[in-house]
Every structure is written in C-alpha cells, then in structure tokens.
Ligand binder design. Structure first.
Ligand SMILES: [Ca+2]
Ligand SMILES: [Ca+2]
Ligand SMILES: [Ca+2]
Ligand SMILES: [Ca+2]
Length: 190
C-alpha cells in the first residue's frame, strides 16, 4: 500500500464514520448500495451540478468543469492545491498509476498549484478525459454525461453498484459547505 493509498483509505473511513454528512446527499437511502438510477436521483437533488453550471445554461462547459474539478481537488478549502491534494485528486480521477509530477506544474515553486498552474495541468491531462465524458461530442457535458462520469469514478470496481464503502469517494463533497460560493471564489481555471 502506498502512502497515497493509505491516506485515501483513511479519508474513506472517516467519511463512513461521518454518516450524517453523507446522508445529506443520499437522504433516506443512506446506508444502502446505489445503482445508477438511485444515485442519479440523489445527486440531482443536491444542487451540486447547478452550482457548477455558473452560466445557468444547464450544461457544463470545459471551463465550468475545470473550476469544479479544482474545487474538488481543494479538500481543505484554502483555494490552493497542495502536493497531497494533487496526489489524492489525480488518483481519484486518473488512476493510481497515472504519471504526473506535481513539481512540473508548480511553476512558481511555492508548493501549491493556484488556478493558473492547475489550468496548465488540466490542459495537458484532462482534455481527453473530458472528451470521454462528452459522449455526444457537442463539447458540453449534460447533467447525464457529468453524473455518469462521477458514478463511474466512484464505482471503483466497475460492478455498476456504488457500495457503502465506495460512497467514501464523495468525502468532503456534501459536508454543508456552500459549493456555490466556493465555485465563485475559485473562478476561472481553464
Ligand atoms: Ca453552463
Ligand atoms: Ca487546498
Ligand atoms: Ca504554485
Ligand atoms: Ca455532451
């Protein structure tokens, strides 16, 4: 087990213990396994997608998507991405074996990625990922396309069920923070 794996496992365990925080999202269904339809209904009710869609056109542009990604990477909400946050986020989305070096993107060498530095990382590592989510190739993510991508990421073993353990993937997402305000503060990333 790598250090990153251990950190992730600890975070997942913490999320499980913090049941009520997760329950905000999963409502009465908390504590069950989620098939895709149940998940989609629950996720749609959280307002998370609407918060990411800052221009209210019901789609996520790559610009809006990258801002949301930054907010997710930024676990301690200091609006900067630390080396540790970078490792956790990259593993969550791109996989444990994905080869990225934090220092490559920390252009001013201050130990954090700001929005501009993260934008450079995004451009080199996420445009293909975004294109894969965009199944109808219109350069926008619909709520369905976005939600399917999230579900697939959380469904670590790809068995089409998000188990109680896998719900730990969402640690920090629905903890009562004002995601809309967070998105506004992050601003432009890519
Ligand atoms: Ca939009
Ligand atoms: Ca941070
Ligand atoms: Ca930096
Ligand atoms: Ca699309």
């Amino acid at each position: 087990m790598t250090i990153k794996h251990k950190l992730y496992a600890a975070a997942a365990t913490a999320a499980l213990l913090a049941g009520p925080a997760t329950a905000q999202m999963f409502g009465d269904e908390y504590g069950t396994d989620y098939d895709y339809d149940t998940f989609t209904t629950g996720f749609g009710g959280t307002g998370y997608y609407d918060a990411l869609d800052t221009d209210d056109d019901t789609f996520l542009s790559e610009n809006e998507y990258s801002t949301g990604l930054y907010a997710d990477y930024d676990r301690d909400n200091d609006r900067l991405i630390s080396d540790e946050e970078f490792g956790l986020g990259t593993e969550r989305y791109l996989g444990a074996d994905y080869d990225t070096d934090f220092a490559t993107y920390d252009a001013n060498d201050d130990g954090f990625l700001d929005q501009e530095e993260f934008g450079a990382f995004y451009g080199e590592n996420y445009t293909n990922y975004y294109a894969d989510l965009d199944t109808d190739d219109d350069a926008l993510l619909s709520e369905d396309e976005y939600t399917a991508g999230i579900y697939d990421s959380a469904d670590l073993d790809d068995d089409q069920v998000v188990t109680i353990e896998e719900e730990g993937w969402f640690e920090g997402w629905f903890d009562g923070d004002d995601i809309e305000a967070e998105i506004q503060e992050v601003g432009e990333v890519y």
